[in-house]
Design a protein around this ligand. Structure first.
Ligand code: GLA
Ligand code: ZN
Length: 667
């Protein structure tokens, strides 16, 4: 396991935007807040290479020297995420072509074509220089490749590379035509060079990411683009490793999560996972919790919180101030779920450019007698105290939610029967069941080992890839508990429907078959009767024939009133539940009261106190309970913890938890 040498507290710092004589003063201020780390050189390509091949590292040398002298841990980025103007002029193919078919010009960032040889060569040369020059500096704690990879390109170079990718995947055109079921609408391909990118000029119906005509093609294109970007990451990483085999290399993941990049596939290439977290003001608190659990589960190891905002974020539609205490609580929420760093964007608030109103450690006022700075200082003290204890501690979960990028893509390409299919929404409906009960939960891929969990929930497992149904069957047979839902077991790897009955290869383990699915139209809700009470349901209603399964809940209206809505099947030593509709939160909570009891997955502390509670176990086996009040109201500490010690204060746990209060408790 890759572990950092110390708990990092820092973030993105752009000294090259500032006069050099301000740097030492900045560092003094950072130290005042106990910061010990800075991420630098994320977007400096144009300063490092002002003309092709003319490199100037003198400024970066001085920045690195200053930070090293201050004993800062440096997260050194490679600067390849924003290309200098000369590159666009000299090599127009470095720029991405968008979904609308437009070639981009100089201006933004994150806009390179992953299959441009020119981009690859120029980026490699730059990384080679940087790695060679700085690899011996012991203050470099982490290498930060590029920045927030994502976004697709639809250019000629990508089209050619896609054809090659397809050839190696399908070998023959017959295989390809079959996989994409191309006899529909005269799509049959007779030559590899007839394949074109699925953009708005071609296969699309709607905006990027929504319905297309041949979903199999579009899904393959996303797989290919994700692979193309991954190749770029590997390209940079292998250069760095040549010079510095030991320092961890990462790239910062982002989004809610980022749909375009299959992070589960990428995870094996990351020495340590890092994530940028920017929940909107109105995001439910279980959303960041879910994302942190996902990041931790990618390698089943602690991750870096690479970026977060000290207060406001400029780019969201509305960005209220973080309320007193809220910043620390949101940072510690990441730590509670497995982060071994707390890092911000940005350490110093820019004077110009798009992010000048994004909050920072040093704000425009450049004062330290401010509310936000005092809170940062306070958090710094706390992290200094708890960092060594927390670092490397692990989360142990007996429950898991399956999250799968192929399903993220394919489920949202589905044309019909409702336009409201939203993968994340369905996943979160179920994740929330664990969150509100304070049940530690991993967010796993279909390739993870299910047998380490007592309960595995796979909502909308629309695409069941080869081998997966067998794996589920064995898991349940051997005593596992498995839940799936409507719109599951429908298609294979290439998005072709499993003939026979729904839910295809899952029907045996579920002990049911589904004859039809009704779409619930806007404004209408249907109801489901569970344990003698009616609960609302929506989106779709599967018309289920139970075979071996017993019926737990029935529809209470429409022509299918009285038929099964939720079933439970005993299969081998285990149980499998099928939830045929989108139950509302109260209904799903009722159902999960039964499921978590049956599967015997334990809550850390019960659910009545409205606090978020997680547990990390240190390398020496000590249990750390994170108790977070993620709200603006007061909460009472659960009885279980009253005798515990709070390692943040060094005192006994306190009973009354104010808004945004956090305690880290040990026995
Ligand atoms: C992203 C980027 C940063 C910065 C922040 C602002 O996460 O990686 O460079 O733009 O957003 O929130
Ligand atoms: Zn391209």
């Amino acid at each position: 396991m890759t572990q950092l040498k110390r708990f990092l507290y820092g973030g993105d710092y752009n000294p090259d935007q500032w006069p050099e004589d301000t740097w030492s003063e900045d560092i003094k201020v950072f130290k005042k807040a106990d910061l010990n780390s800075a991420t630098i050189n994320v977007f400096s390509w144009s300063l490092l290479e002002s003309r092709e091949g003319q490199y100037d590292f003198s400024k970066l040398d001085r920045i690195i020297q200053e930070l090293s002298d201050a004993n800062f841990d440096i997260v050194l980025a490679t600067s390849t995420a924003a290309m200098p103007a000369w590159m666009f002029k000299k090599y127009p193919d470095v720029a991405r072509v968008d979904y609308q078919g437009r070639r981009h010009v100089f201006g933004a960032r994150h806009n390179f074509c992953p299959n441009s040889k020119n981009y690859q060569v120029l980026a490699s040369k730059l990384v080679e220089k940087i790695a060679e020059r700085y690899s011996n500096n012991p203050h470099i704690a982490v290498w930060h490749v590029n920045n927030e990879y994502g976004g697709n390109c639809y250019c000629e170079n990508c089209q050619n590379a896609f054809r090659t990718w397809l050839k190696s995947k399908y070998q023959t055109l017959d295989n390809l035509n079959e996989a994409w079921n191309m006899n529909v609408w005269s799509h049959t391909i007779h030559d590899w060079d007839q394949i074109v990118v699925p953009n708005e000029l071609g296969d699309a119906w709607g905006p990027e990411g929504s319905e297309t005509i041949v979903a199999g093609l579009s899904i393959d294109y996303l797989r290919f683009q994700s692979d193309s970007l991954q190749n770029l990451f590997q390209m940079e990483k292998s250069i760095i490793k040549k010079y510095d085999p030991n320092t961890p290399v990462t790239t910062n993941f982002h989004g809610l999560p980022n749909k375009m990049v299959d992070y589960q596939k990428w995870a094996k290439d990351q020495d340590i996972i890092s994530y940028d977290s920017y929940p909107t003001y109105d995001a439910p608190k279980y959303l960041p919790a879910f994302l942190y659990d996902l990041m931790r589960s990618l390698k089943h190891q602690p991750f870096m919180l690479m970026e977060s905002a000290p207060s406001q974020v400029n780019w969201q539609p509305y960005s209220p101030l973080k309320r007193p205490g809220q910043m620390a609580a949101t940072e510690l929420q990441a730590v509670a779920h497995g982060a071994d760093t707390v890092q911000f964007f940005q350490l110093k608030q820019a004077v110009g450019g798009s992010e000048k109103f994004h909050s920072a450690v040093i704000a425009h006022s450049q004062r330290t007698d401010t509310r936000v700075f005092h809170e940062l200082e306070d958090l710094g003290k706390k992290l200094k105290k708890i960092g060594p204890t927390v670092l490397g501690s692990k989360t142990k979960a007996r429950a898991a939610i399956v999250f799968d990028w192929d399903n993220f893509w394919s489920y949202e390409y589905v044309d019909g029967i409702s336009q409201d299919f939203n993968y994340m929404e369905s996943i979160l409906d179920y994740y929330r069941q664990f969150y509100e009960r304070n049940i530690p939960t991993d967010v796993i891929s279909v390739d993870d080992d299910f047998s380490q969990y007592d309960l595995v929930v796979a909502p909308v497992l629309y695409m069941v890839k080869a081998g997966l149904s067998k794996k589920i069957n064995i898991y349940v047979k051997n005593g596992g508990n498995f839940v799936t839902t409507y719109m599951s077991g429908m298609v294979n790897n290439s998005d072709n429907v499993y003939l026979g009955v729904y839910p295809g290869p899952l029907k045996d383990v579920m002990g049911i078959w589904v004859e039809e699915s009704d779409a619930i139209v806007p404004g209408h809700k249907t109801t489901v009767s569970l344990n003698g009470k009616d609960y609302k349901a929506g989106l779709v209603c599967d018309l289920i024939h139970p075979e071996n399964a017993k019926v737990l809940a029935k529809y209470s209206n429409e022509f299918y009133a009285g038929t099964a809505a939720v079933t439970e099947n005993k299969y081998g030593q285990g149980k499998a539940w099928y939830v045929g509709t989108k139950l509302d939160h109260i209904g799903l909570t009722q159902l999960f009261n039964h499921i978590v009891l049956t599967a015997n997955v334990e809550s850390l502390v019960g659910d009545s106190h409205k606090l978020e509670v997680t547990k990390r176990v240190t390398q020496s086996g000590q249990e750390l309970y994170f108790v977070l009040n993620m709200s603006n109201g007061e909460r009472k500490l659960p009885q279980k913890f009253v005798e515990y010690q709070n390692i943040l204060t060094g005192q006994q746990a306190h009973d009354q938890m104010k808004a945004w209060d956090v305690q880290i408790l040990v026995k």
